[in-house]
Design a protein around this ligand. Structure first.
Ligand SMILES: [Cu+2]
Length: 662
């Protein structure tokens, strides 16, 4: 189920290996062999349309992920139409938290496509292994080179140019593999200027620069054990957020870990994997790039996390178990410093995150029981303890006098699912229950300005846990020529956390129109549906299509914000000798169920046509691929339901890239 979900969710296309029915029971024994690792290594983060994609573009090809976009950089991934507070985003199982109160830096912005091998998306409570969640989990898997490759040195290099925003990028990887030692590294740099919309108008403040590098060293301590250290350094500079009143001057992250893995040849226990990690994020945003502002504000933020994750895999006959222990400590700090145009005269200082500590420890169990060749049962759950402490609690007392400085919450979760394969058909049915704690902003935020509805948001330390009840089902059919897969899920969420207008307090920012406090709705409901189809028209001509629909309401039958309207994607892929051609059309229908109460207006429908071609050739035994393509060929002017402040999307964009493998 786990693997199935990953594969279905990350609907990459017509890759032959994605079409095999995944068999979970194989996955644990295979972990022992290096065959599995080699397979992972070969997988690239590519979409059907583009071989050199950003992490965001890659995630966008998954049918249960959508994005809130505040510009061209660092899109906020929504899983099952829920925002990042409701999902868990990890890098190789490590927790890391953005340092921006305005969500300019989701975790996905601190990696680059050339240091990842794949992205695991799990829906709902089945994603609860590494922490408490409602929507599910997104785990960004690092590249990992196996020991003892026949070819000691491996690497690749990609370079490309996108004409619309003059984005130039270079991505390089190199890996050394011997029987005892593996060393690998990656480096990348992207630089983009402002993009232009479909009316050929430049969208100001949409430029960015991103540098990312990673290093990994692994040493085989015995025949069955290894030690590994990893580090990622990411730095973004001069990043504009056209939909926000502020930009980013500098963002830096250092992400480090050390892990030890022990395999066992005999007995039930197969793998024991333990990792300790540390990461620190620094985020400097200000509005000095917006000269129209008479009063300036700097809003720096810091987020520091250290943690431990330890897991064991047990396997016996037709039963397997993964047990995982997770513990982390995070400190989130965000400041607000207001000053007139003369910077030396500071007029105001406040903590928008008043040194909030979050400590979490949890144990999760995942069981799989293969009842027969045709059917299996997945079930599990977790229990976590979540502790919060606000150092400068006076800021929280302004709106919530006497609120406790510390709070401990217990977060249970349970889930189960049944899968049945009957000849060419497959079915699954599952359910889940889980709770999550409020995020730092929801619990302890102080005057966090939301430019979408133009309210300042105040956290509430007394919020109840959000509790989710979930049902999911899927049905599919597959034969040699075609496949069809439909998935549906439904969430009933009690104490749904959302901002509501407060009668007290006055806005701090001159752009803001009032103050909202985080509060709990009695309940909210969310429904997601998707259908995927593939069809091989000819041996070399394939079609695929996706349709998604979602609906979400609050306890008054009002619409929730940022819910994707009916949307579709259809694509054709043709290969001829060393050429490949792709074309796709994607779009959203008119947004009918929008939410004026939460700052939304109706978004009209749009449709985008894309085209690309690539050619594979060899220079002295080195494989190379060259690609040219165009997105939004008709230069349509549009913005989507989730574009912050209706910021227009990119107009026609011609792109080209070149990839070398050695
Ligand atoms: Cu920011």
């Amino acid at each position: 189920m786990k693997e199935q979900l990953t594969l279905i969710c990350l609907f990459i296309g017509l890759l032959a290996n994605a079409q095999d029915t995944p068999k979970e029971k194989d996955s644990i024994p295979v972990l022992l062999g290096e065959v599995h690792l080699i397979k992972i290594l070969k997988k690239q983060l590519e979409t059907e349309m583009k071989m050199s994609v950003s992490v965001d573009e890659y995630l966008a090809s998954s049918d249960n992920i959508s994005f809130i976009k505040r510009g061209a950089y660092a899109w906020e991934p929504l899983l099952n139409n829920m925002n990042t507070e409701r999902s868990i985003i990890t890098i190789d199982g490590m927790h890391i938290f953005g340092a921006c109160t305005d969500k300019m830096d989701p975790v996905t912005s601190y990696v680059e496509s050339n240091n990842l091998s794949k992205i695991d998306v799990k829906s709902g409570q089945s994603g609860g292994q590494s922490g408490a969640t409602v929507a599910g989990s997104i785990d960004l898997k690092r590249k990992s080179t196996p020991f003892g490759l026949a070819k000691k040195w491996n690497g690749n290099y990609q370079s490309g140019f996108e004409f619309n925003n003059k984005q130039f990028f270079n991505l390089g990887n190199v890996a050394y593999s011997s029987d005892k030692l593996v060393a690998e590294g990656s480096i990348s740099y992207r630089k983009a200027e402002n993009y232009s919309d479909g009316n050929n108008n430049e969208v100001n403040h949409s430029q960015f620069k991103k540098f990312n590098t990673s290093l990994g060293l692994a040493y085989k301590t015995s025949e069955l054990s290894s030690l590994k250290v990893d580090a990622i350094f990411d730095m973004a500079k001069d990043v504009g957020y056209p939909a926000l009143p502020m930009d980013l001057s500098l963002s830096r992250a250092i992400i480090t870990s050390a892990s030890y893995k022990q395999l066992f040849e005999e007995g039930m226990l197969r793998v024991w994997d333990t990792k300790v990690y540390f990461n620190a994020v620094e985020h400097n945003m200000d509005d000095t790039t917006r000269p129209e502002n008479l009063v300036h504000m700097d809003m720096p933020g810091w987020s520091t996390t250290y943690g431990l994750v330890s897991k064991v895999n047990l396997h016996k006959a037709n039963y397997s178990l993964e047990a995982q222990l997770n513990a982390y400590n995070n400190l989130s700090i965000a400041e607000m410093r207001m000053y007139p145009q003369d910077r030396s005269e500071r007029t105001m200082f406040a903590y928008s995150w008043p040194w909030v500590t979050t400590r979490y420890a949890g144990l999760s169990l995942n069981n799989r029981w293969d009842i027969s060749e045709k059917s299996s049962l997945n079930f599990g759950g977790s229990l976590g303890v979540n502790y919060n402490h606000s150092k400068y609690v006076d800021f929280n007392w302004i709106f919530h006098p006497g609120a406790p400085q510390e709070k401990t919450r217990f977060l249970p979760s349970l889930y189960g699912g049944y899968t049945l394969n009957l000849n060419q058909f497959n079915f699954s049915l599952g359910g889940g229950y889980g709770q999550r704690a409020p995020s730092v902003s929801e619990g302890y935020g102080y005057y966090i300005y939301n430019s979408f509805d133009r309210y300042d948001y105040i956290g509430n330390p007394n919020l109840e846990n959000e509790t989710s009840y979930e049902l999911n089902a899927s049905a599919g059919f597959k034969n040699k020529k075609m496949s069809l897969q439909a998935k549906v899920n439904y969430f009933y969420i009690r104490n749904y956390i959302i901002g509501r207008v407060l009668s007290m307090g006055s806005p701090m920012n001159y752009q803001s129109i009032g103050v909202k406090g985080y509060t709990s709705l009695d309940y909210a409901t969310l429904f997601n549906f998707s259908i995927n189809a593939d069809y091989s028209i000819l041996k070399d001509l394939h079609w695929s299509g996706t349709l998604t629909y979602a609906r979400a309401q609050d306890d008054n039958d009002g619409n929730l914000p940022f819910i994707r309207p009916l949307s579709y994607q259809t694509s054709l892929h043709y290969s001829y000798q060393k050429f490949e051609f792709q074309t796709s059309v994607n779009g959203d229908f008119e947004q009918i169920n929008y939410s004026p109460e939460y700052g939304e207006d109706q978004t009209p429908s749009y449709s985008i046509w894309n085209l690309s071609a690539n050619y594979t050739f060899h220079i002295n035994n080195y494989k190379a691929v060259v690609e040219v393509g165009a997105e939004n060929i008709f230069n349509e002017y549009y913005s989507t339901y989730a574009d912050w402040g209706n910021i227009p999307r990119m107009g026609r964009n011609v792109f080209t890239s070149l990839k070398f493998k050695f």
